[in-house]
Ligand binder design. Structure first.
Ligand SMILES: Cc1cc2nc3c(=O)[nH]c(=O)nc-3n(C[C@H](O)[C@H](O)[C@H](O)COP(=O)(O)OP(=O)(O)OC[C@H]3O[C@@H](n4cnc5c(N)ncnc54)[C@H](O)[C@@H]3O)c2cc1C
Length: 390
Protein backbone atom coordinates (compact mmCIF):
# COMPACT_ATOMS: atom_id res chain seq x y z
CA UNK A 1 0.00 0.00 0.00
CA UNK A 2 1.31 3.48 -0.85
CA UNK A 3 1.73 6.12 1.82
CA UNK A 4 -1.37 7.95 0.55
CA UNK A 5 -3.46 4.76 0.53
CA UNK A 6 -2.36 3.96 4.06
CA UNK A 7 -3.24 7.49 5.08
CA UNK A 8 -6.70 7.28 3.52
CA UNK A 9 -7.27 3.78 4.96
CA UNK A 10 -6.41 4.99 8.46
CA UNK A 11 -8.01 8.40 8.21
CA UNK A 12 -11.36 7.12 6.97
CA UNK A 13 -12.28 5.60 10.28
CA UNK A 14 -15.81 6.63 10.98
CA UNK A 15 -16.12 5.59 14.59
CA UNK A 16 -15.34 8.01 17.40
CA UNK A 17 -12.64 6.87 19.79
CA UNK A 18 -13.41 6.38 23.50
CA UNK A 19 -12.16 9.83 24.41
CA UNK A 20 -14.30 11.49 21.75
CA UNK A 21 -17.39 9.65 22.99
CA UNK A 22 -16.59 10.70 26.55
CA UNK A 23 -16.02 14.34 25.53
CA UNK A 24 -19.23 14.48 23.47
CA UNK A 25 -21.30 13.05 26.37
CA UNK A 26 -19.68 15.40 28.85
CA UNK A 27 -20.34 18.45 26.68
CA UNK A 28 -23.94 17.48 26.00
CA UNK A 29 -24.62 17.26 29.75
CA UNK A 30 -22.63 20.40 30.53
CA UNK A 31 -24.30 22.35 27.73
CA UNK A 32 -27.83 21.47 28.79
CA UNK A 33 -27.11 22.55 32.36
CA UNK A 34 -24.74 25.48 32.03
CA UNK A 35 -25.09 26.92 28.51
CA UNK A 36 -28.52 26.39 26.96
CA UNK A 37 -30.54 28.00 29.79
CA UNK A 38 -28.48 31.22 29.56
CA UNK A 39 -27.26 31.50 25.99
CA UNK A 40 -29.97 33.74 24.60
CA UNK A 41 -29.44 36.23 27.42
CA UNK A 42 -25.66 36.15 26.88
CA UNK A 43 -26.32 36.67 23.18
CA UNK A 44 -28.82 39.49 23.65
CA UNK A 45 -26.70 41.37 26.19
CA UNK A 46 -23.28 40.42 24.73
CA UNK A 47 -22.20 38.88 28.04
CA UNK A 48 -18.89 37.02 28.02
CA UNK A 49 -19.66 34.25 30.55
CA UNK A 50 -16.32 33.99 32.32
CA UNK A 51 -17.62 31.52 34.92
CA UNK A 52 -18.70 29.16 32.16
CA UNK A 53 -15.11 29.11 30.84
CA UNK A 54 -13.76 28.47 34.34
CA UNK A 55 -16.06 25.43 34.51
CA UNK A 56 -14.94 24.30 31.05
CA UNK A 57 -11.41 24.57 32.44
CA UNK A 58 -12.31 22.20 35.26
CA UNK A 59 -13.49 19.72 32.62
CA UNK A 60 -10.15 19.94 30.79
CA UNK A 61 -11.68 21.66 27.76
CA UNK A 62 -9.54 24.79 27.97
CA UNK A 63 -6.33 22.80 27.55
CA UNK A 64 -7.43 20.04 25.21
CA UNK A 65 -4.13 19.80 23.30
CA UNK A 66 -1.86 20.79 26.19
CA UNK A 67 0.16 17.81 27.48
CA UNK A 68 -0.58 16.56 31.00
CA UNK A 69 2.88 17.69 32.21
CA UNK A 70 1.68 21.30 31.79
CA UNK A 71 -1.71 20.65 33.36
CA UNK A 72 -3.68 19.98 30.17
CA UNK A 73 -5.75 17.07 28.89
CA UNK A 74 -3.07 15.88 26.49
CA UNK A 75 -5.48 14.92 23.72
CA UNK A 76 -4.95 15.05 19.97
CA UNK A 77 -6.84 16.83 17.19
CA UNK A 78 -9.66 14.25 16.92
CA UNK A 79 -10.68 14.96 20.50
CA UNK A 80 -10.19 18.68 19.92
CA UNK A 81 -12.45 18.71 16.84
CA UNK A 82 -15.10 16.79 18.78
CA UNK A 83 -14.88 19.20 21.73
CA UNK A 84 -15.26 22.35 19.61
CA UNK A 85 -17.98 20.97 17.35
CA UNK A 86 -20.05 19.56 20.24
CA UNK A 87 -19.95 22.90 22.05
CA UNK A 88 -20.77 24.76 18.82
CA UNK A 89 -23.82 22.56 18.24
CA UNK A 90 -25.21 24.30 21.30
CA UNK A 91 -23.60 27.77 21.19
CA UNK A 92 -21.12 28.95 18.57
CA UNK A 93 -19.86 31.81 20.76
CA UNK A 94 -18.61 29.44 23.42
CA UNK A 95 -17.01 27.34 20.69
CA UNK A 96 -15.28 30.39 19.19
CA UNK A 97 -13.84 31.48 22.53
CA UNK A 98 -12.72 27.95 23.34
CA UNK A 99 -11.04 27.71 19.94
CA UNK A 100 -9.27 31.08 20.28
CA UNK A 101 -8.01 30.21 23.76
CA UNK A 102 -6.91 26.66 22.90
CA UNK A 103 -5.57 27.04 19.35
CA UNK A 104 -4.28 30.58 19.22
CA UNK A 105 -2.99 31.72 22.61
CA UNK A 106 -2.15 28.34 24.17
CA UNK A 107 -1.38 26.83 20.75
CA UNK A 108 1.23 29.50 19.99
CA UNK A 109 2.92 29.01 23.38
CA UNK A 110 2.74 25.22 23.07
CA UNK A 111 4.35 25.18 19.64
CA UNK A 112 6.99 27.86 19.96
CA UNK A 113 7.64 29.01 23.55
CA UNK A 114 10.58 28.00 25.73
CA UNK A 115 10.24 25.31 28.37
CA UNK A 116 10.24 27.96 31.06
CA UNK A 117 7.46 29.94 29.33
CA UNK A 118 5.41 26.80 28.77
CA UNK A 119 5.64 25.84 32.45
CA UNK A 120 4.70 29.33 33.54
CA UNK A 121 1.77 30.00 31.19
CA UNK A 122 0.31 26.73 29.96
CA UNK A 123 -0.47 25.47 33.47
CA UNK A 124 -2.63 28.54 34.07
CA UNK A 125 -4.20 28.57 30.60
CA UNK A 126 -5.00 24.85 30.49
CA UNK A 127 -7.10 25.08 33.64
CA UNK A 128 -8.69 28.43 32.64
CA UNK A 129 -7.22 30.02 35.74
CA UNK A 130 -6.14 32.47 33.05
CA UNK A 131 -7.97 33.26 29.83
CA UNK A 132 -5.78 33.74 26.77
CA UNK A 133 -5.91 36.18 23.84
CA UNK A 134 -3.93 36.30 20.59
CA UNK A 135 -3.31 39.48 18.65
CA UNK A 136 -2.35 39.54 15.00
CA UNK A 137 -5.07 41.63 13.29
CA UNK A 138 -4.98 45.44 13.23
CA UNK A 139 -7.51 48.03 12.07
CA UNK A 140 -5.84 48.46 8.67
CA UNK A 141 -4.25 45.04 8.33
CA UNK A 142 -6.51 41.98 8.54
CA UNK A 143 -5.88 39.65 5.59
CA UNK A 144 -2.74 41.68 4.91
CA UNK A 145 -1.38 41.10 8.42
CA UNK A 146 2.27 41.20 7.35
CA UNK A 147 1.91 44.95 6.86
CA UNK A 148 1.06 45.51 10.54
CA UNK A 149 1.90 48.86 12.09
CA UNK A 150 2.22 48.00 15.80
CA UNK A 151 5.90 48.21 16.63
CA UNK A 152 8.25 46.73 19.21
CA UNK A 153 11.42 48.81 19.47
CA UNK A 154 14.42 47.36 21.28
CA UNK A 155 15.59 49.33 24.29
CA UNK A 156 18.28 47.47 26.23
CA UNK A 157 16.74 44.29 27.64
CA UNK A 158 13.23 45.47 26.81
CA UNK A 159 11.04 46.09 23.78
CA UNK A 160 8.75 49.12 23.78
CA UNK A 161 5.45 48.26 22.10
CA UNK A 162 3.24 50.94 20.56
CA UNK A 163 0.08 50.55 18.48
CA UNK A 164 -3.14 48.57 18.66
CA UNK A 165 -4.64 45.26 17.66
CA UNK A 166 -8.23 44.93 16.49
CA UNK A 167 -10.95 42.24 16.75
CA UNK A 168 -9.12 40.39 19.50
CA UNK A 169 -11.02 37.59 21.20
CA UNK A 170 -10.75 38.16 24.99
CA UNK A 171 -8.98 41.49 24.54
CA UNK A 172 -10.45 42.78 27.80
CA UNK A 173 -11.13 39.62 29.81
CA UNK A 174 -7.91 37.87 28.81
CA UNK A 175 -5.24 37.55 31.52
CA UNK A 176 -2.46 37.14 29.00
CA UNK A 177 -2.01 37.80 25.30
CA UNK A 178 0.39 36.54 22.68
CA UNK A 179 0.91 39.48 20.32
CA UNK A 180 2.79 39.69 17.07
CA UNK A 181 4.41 43.10 16.48
CA UNK A 182 6.75 44.62 13.94
CA UNK A 183 10.37 44.66 15.04
CA UNK A 184 11.84 45.05 11.55
CA UNK A 185 10.92 46.47 8.17
CA UNK A 186 7.27 46.93 7.24
CA UNK A 187 6.03 44.08 5.07
CA UNK A 188 9.10 41.89 5.72
CA UNK A 189 7.83 38.47 6.82
CA UNK A 190 10.96 38.19 8.99
CA UNK A 191 10.34 41.64 10.50
CA UNK A 192 7.80 40.54 13.12
CA UNK A 193 8.21 39.06 16.59
CA UNK A 194 5.86 37.43 19.13
CA UNK A 195 5.68 38.43 22.77
CA UNK A 196 3.70 37.20 25.75
CA UNK A 197 2.17 40.20 27.49
CA UNK A 198 0.40 39.86 30.83
CA UNK A 199 -2.62 41.88 31.89
CA UNK A 200 -1.48 44.63 34.22
CA UNK A 201 1.72 45.34 32.30
CA UNK A 202 1.92 49.17 32.28
CA UNK A 203 0.93 50.57 28.87
CA UNK A 204 -1.15 47.54 27.92
CA UNK A 205 -4.95 47.51 28.06
CA UNK A 206 -8.07 46.23 26.36
CA UNK A 207 -10.09 48.73 24.34
CA UNK A 208 -13.46 49.10 22.67
CA UNK A 209 -15.71 46.07 22.52
CA UNK A 210 -17.29 45.26 19.14
CA UNK A 211 -21.09 45.06 18.89
CA UNK A 212 -21.42 42.01 16.65
CA UNK A 213 -23.94 40.32 14.36
CA UNK A 214 -23.31 36.90 15.91
CA UNK A 215 -20.93 35.12 18.28
CA UNK A 216 -22.10 37.76 20.72
CA UNK A 217 -21.10 35.92 23.92
CA UNK A 218 -17.52 35.71 22.63
CA UNK A 219 -15.75 38.92 23.60
CA UNK A 220 -14.10 40.80 20.71
CA UNK A 221 -12.15 43.97 21.53
CA UNK A 222 -9.17 46.14 20.75
CA UNK A 223 -5.80 45.71 22.45
CA UNK A 224 -3.95 48.96 23.05
CA UNK A 225 -0.21 49.44 23.59
CA UNK A 226 1.16 52.80 24.74
CA UNK A 227 4.88 52.67 25.44
CA UNK A 228 4.41 49.20 26.87
CA UNK A 229 7.80 47.86 28.06
CA UNK A 230 8.10 44.11 27.68
CA UNK A 231 11.23 42.27 28.83
CA UNK A 232 13.05 40.27 26.17
CA UNK A 233 12.41 37.11 28.22
CA UNK A 234 8.75 37.46 27.12
CA UNK A 235 9.71 36.99 23.47
CA UNK A 236 8.57 33.68 21.93
CA UNK A 237 11.40 32.14 19.93
CA UNK A 238 13.75 34.55 18.21
CA UNK A 239 13.37 38.09 16.95
CA UNK A 240 11.91 37.92 13.44
CA UNK A 241 10.13 34.57 13.95
CA UNK A 242 6.73 36.03 14.79
CA UNK A 243 4.97 36.02 11.44
CA UNK A 244 6.14 32.57 10.45
CA UNK A 245 5.02 31.26 13.85
CA UNK A 246 1.64 32.97 13.43
CA UNK A 247 1.04 31.33 10.04
CA UNK A 248 1.80 27.90 11.53
CA UNK A 249 -0.49 28.62 14.48
CA UNK A 250 -3.26 29.49 12.01
CA UNK A 251 -2.70 26.21 10.12
CA UNK A 252 -3.81 24.41 13.29
CA UNK A 253 -6.32 27.06 14.31
CA UNK A 254 -8.19 26.71 11.04
CA UNK A 255 -9.01 23.11 11.94
CA UNK A 256 -10.78 24.42 15.02
CA UNK A 257 -12.74 26.97 12.96
CA UNK A 258 -13.73 24.12 10.62
CA UNK A 259 -14.89 22.20 13.72
CA UNK A 260 -16.75 25.28 14.92
CA UNK A 261 -18.50 25.66 11.55
CA UNK A 262 -19.29 21.96 11.51
CA UNK A 263 -20.84 22.11 14.98
CA UNK A 264 -23.01 25.11 14.07
CA UNK A 265 -24.15 23.34 10.88
CA UNK A 266 -24.99 20.18 12.84
CA UNK A 267 -26.93 22.17 15.44
CA UNK A 268 -28.91 23.94 12.71
CA UNK A 269 -29.51 20.65 10.91
CA UNK A 270 -30.69 18.75 14.02
CA UNK A 271 -33.12 21.56 14.85
CA UNK A 272 -34.37 21.52 11.24
CA UNK A 273 -34.99 17.77 11.22
CA UNK A 274 -36.95 18.00 14.47
CA UNK A 275 -38.99 20.91 13.18
CA UNK A 276 -39.65 19.20 9.82
CA UNK A 277 -41.21 16.30 11.69
CA UNK A 278 -43.26 18.49 14.04
CA UNK A 279 -44.50 21.37 11.91
CA UNK A 280 -47.69 20.55 10.05
CA UNK A 281 -48.97 22.42 6.99
CA UNK A 282 -51.64 21.25 4.53
CA UNK A 283 -52.38 18.41 6.96
CA UNK A 284 -48.94 16.82 7.01
CA UNK A 285 -45.46 17.35 8.46
CA UNK A 286 -43.46 19.77 6.30
CA UNK A 287 -40.71 17.12 6.04
CA UNK A 288 -43.07 15.22 3.72
CA UNK A 289 -42.85 18.01 1.15
CA UNK A 290 -40.06 17.11 -1.23
CA UNK A 291 -38.83 20.72 -1.23
CA UNK A 292 -38.06 20.45 2.50
CA UNK A 293 -36.86 16.83 2.39
CA UNK A 294 -34.39 17.64 -0.40
CA UNK A 295 -33.11 20.61 1.58
CA UNK A 296 -32.44 18.23 4.49
CA UNK A 297 -30.70 15.81 2.13
CA UNK A 298 -28.45 18.59 0.80
CA UNK A 299 -27.70 19.85 4.30
CA UNK A 300 -26.78 16.35 5.53
CA UNK A 301 -24.53 15.68 2.51
CA UNK A 302 -22.63 18.94 2.98
CA UNK A 303 -22.16 18.27 6.69
CA UNK A 304 -20.77 14.78 6.02
CA UNK A 305 -18.31 16.16 3.45
CA UNK A 306 -17.21 18.95 5.80
CA UNK A 307 -16.69 16.45 8.59
CA UNK A 308 -14.48 14.26 6.39
CA UNK A 309 -12.32 17.24 5.39
CA UNK A 310 -12.05 18.37 9.00
CA UNK A 311 -10.99 14.95 10.29
CA UNK A 312 -8.58 14.55 7.36
CA UNK A 313 -6.82 17.75 8.47
CA UNK A 314 -6.96 16.58 12.10
CA UNK A 315 -5.39 13.27 11.12
CA UNK A 316 -2.48 15.00 9.36
CA UNK A 317 -2.00 17.30 12.33
CA UNK A 318 -1.97 14.35 14.73
CA UNK A 319 0.82 12.84 12.62
CA UNK A 320 2.82 16.05 12.77
CA UNK A 321 2.60 16.49 9.00
CA UNK A 322 2.23 19.78 7.13
CA UNK A 323 -1.41 20.70 7.12
CA UNK A 324 -1.54 24.08 5.34
CA UNK A 325 -3.61 22.93 2.36
CA UNK A 326 -5.83 20.46 4.22
CA UNK A 327 -6.69 22.88 7.03
CA UNK A 328 -7.55 25.52 4.40
CA UNK A 329 -9.77 22.97 2.56
CA UNK A 330 -11.53 22.13 5.82
CA UNK A 331 -11.90 25.71 7.00
CA UNK A 332 -13.06 27.01 3.63
CA UNK A 333 -15.59 24.28 2.94
CA UNK A 334 -16.94 23.78 6.46
CA UNK A 335 -17.48 27.49 6.99
CA UNK A 336 -19.19 28.05 3.63
CA UNK A 337 -21.53 25.09 4.09
CA UNK A 338 -22.22 26.15 7.68
CA UNK A 339 -23.66 29.41 6.37
CA UNK A 340 -25.63 27.53 3.68
CA UNK A 341 -27.01 24.99 6.16
CA UNK A 342 -27.92 27.68 8.70
CA UNK A 343 -29.63 29.70 5.93
CA UNK A 344 -31.64 26.62 4.91
CA UNK A 345 -32.54 26.10 8.57
CA UNK A 346 -34.07 29.59 8.76
CA UNK A 347 -36.06 28.80 5.60
CA UNK A 348 -37.31 25.49 7.00
CA UNK A 349 -38.50 27.25 10.15
CA UNK A 350 -40.36 29.81 8.01
CA UNK A 351 -41.47 32.89 9.95
CA UNK A 352 -40.46 31.25 13.21
CA UNK A 353 -36.93 30.96 11.84
CA UNK A 354 -36.84 34.72 11.79
CA UNK A 355 -37.64 35.01 15.50
CA UNK A 356 -35.52 34.60 18.59
CA UNK A 357 -37.95 32.05 20.07
CA UNK A 358 -36.45 29.38 17.80
CA UNK A 359 -32.81 28.41 17.39
CA UNK A 360 -32.37 28.89 13.63
CA UNK A 361 -31.67 32.64 13.59
CA UNK A 362 -28.78 32.32 16.06
CA UNK A 363 -27.08 29.56 14.07
CA UNK A 364 -27.53 31.77 10.99
CA UNK A 365 -25.89 34.78 12.66
CA UNK A 366 -23.11 32.78 14.35
CA UNK A 367 -22.20 30.76 11.25
CA UNK A 368 -21.11 33.82 9.24
CA UNK A 369 -18.08 34.48 11.42
CA UNK A 370 -16.60 31.16 10.31
CA UNK A 371 -16.10 32.44 6.75
CA UNK A 372 -14.21 35.47 8.12
CA UNK A 373 -12.16 34.70 11.26
CA UNK A 374 -8.67 33.15 11.01
CA UNK A 375 -8.54 34.02 7.32
CA UNK A 376 -11.55 34.73 5.10
CA UNK A 377 -12.80 32.24 2.51
CA UNK A 378 -11.00 34.27 -0.15
CA UNK A 379 -7.74 33.93 1.78
CA UNK A 380 -8.31 30.16 2.16
CA UNK A 381 -8.64 29.96 -1.64
CA UNK A 382 -5.39 31.90 -2.02
CA UNK A 383 -3.66 29.47 0.37
CA UNK A 384 -5.06 26.43 -1.46
CA UNK A 385 -4.17 27.82 -4.89
CA UNK A 386 -0.65 28.70 -3.74
CA UNK A 387 -0.14 25.14 -2.46
CA UNK A 388 -1.48 23.66 -5.72
CA UNK A 389 0.66 25.87 -7.97
CA UNK A 390 3.89 25.47 -5.99
C1 LIG B 1 -15.49 37.78 15.96
C2 LIG B 1 -14.08 37.94 15.49
C3 LIG B 1 -13.05 37.42 16.27
C4 LIG B 1 -11.71 37.60 15.86
N1 LIG B 1 -10.70 37.16 16.67
C5 LIG B 1 -9.42 37.48 16.35
C6 LIG B 1 -8.37 37.21 17.28
O1 LIG B 1 -8.60 36.67 18.37
N2 LIG B 1 -7.11 37.57 16.93
C7 LIG B 1 -6.82 38.18 15.74
O2 LIG B 1 -5.65 38.48 15.51
N3 LIG B 1 -7.81 38.44 14.85
C8 LIG B 1 -9.10 38.12 15.13
N4 LIG B 1 -10.11 38.42 14.24
C9 LIG B 1 -9.79 39.10 12.99
C10 LIG B 1 -10.02 38.26 11.73
O3 LIG B 1 -9.04 37.28 11.63
C11 LIG B 1 -10.04 39.23 10.56
O4 LIG B 1 -11.26 39.95 10.64
C12 LIG B 1 -9.93 38.54 9.21
O5 LIG B 1 -8.65 38.00 9.06
C13 LIG B 1 -10.23 39.47 8.04
O6 LIG B 1 -9.54 40.67 8.14
P1 LIG B 1 -10.32 42.05 7.95
O7 LIG B 1 -11.50 41.98 8.83
O8 LIG B 1 -9.39 43.17 8.13
O9 LIG B 1 -10.84 42.02 6.45
P2 LIG B 1 -10.01 42.51 5.15
O10 LIG B 1 -8.67 41.87 5.15
O11 LIG B 1 -10.09 43.98 5.07
O12 LIG B 1 -10.89 41.88 3.99
C14 LIG B 1 -12.03 42.52 3.42
C15 LIG B 1 -12.50 41.68 2.25
O13 LIG B 1 -11.48 41.68 1.23
C16 LIG B 1 -11.12 40.34 0.92
N5 LIG B 1 -9.68 40.29 0.60
C17 LIG B 1 -8.65 40.83 1.31
N6 LIG B 1 -7.48 40.53 0.74
C18 LIG B 1 -7.77 39.80 -0.36
C19 LIG B 1 -6.99 39.18 -1.37
N7 LIG B 1 -5.64 39.25 -1.38
N8 LIG B 1 -7.62 38.50 -2.35
C20 LIG B 1 -8.97 38.39 -2.36
N9 LIG B 1 -9.77 38.95 -1.43
C21 LIG B 1 -9.17 39.63 -0.44
C22 LIG B 1 -11.45 39.55 2.16
O14 LIG B 1 -11.61 38.17 1.88
C23 LIG B 1 -12.74 40.22 2.61
O15 LIG B 1 -13.81 39.71 1.88
C24 LIG B 1 -11.44 38.24 14.63
C25 LIG B 1 -12.49 38.72 13.84
C26 LIG B 1 -13.79 38.60 14.26
C27 LIG B 1 -14.89 39.18 13.42
Amino acid sequence: MSHTETMIEEAVNFSLNENQVMIADMIRKFGEEHIRPHMMEWDEKQIFPLQCFKKLGELGLMGVLVPAEYGGSGFGYFEYVTAISEIAKIDGSIGLSMAAHNSLCSGHILQFASEEQKKKYLSKLATAEWIGAWGLTEVNTGSDSANMLTTGVKDGDHYIINGSKNFITHGVSGDVAVVIVRTGEKGDSRGMTSFIVEKGTPGFKGGRKENKLGMRASETTELIFENCRVHKSQMIGKEGDGFVQAMKVLDGGRISIAALALGIAKGAFDASVKYSRERQQFGKPIGEFQAIAFKLADMATKIEAAELLTFQAAELKNRGEKVTKQSAFAKYYASEISVQVATDAVQIFGGYGYTKDFPAEKYFRDSKLCTIGEGTSEIQKLVIAREILK
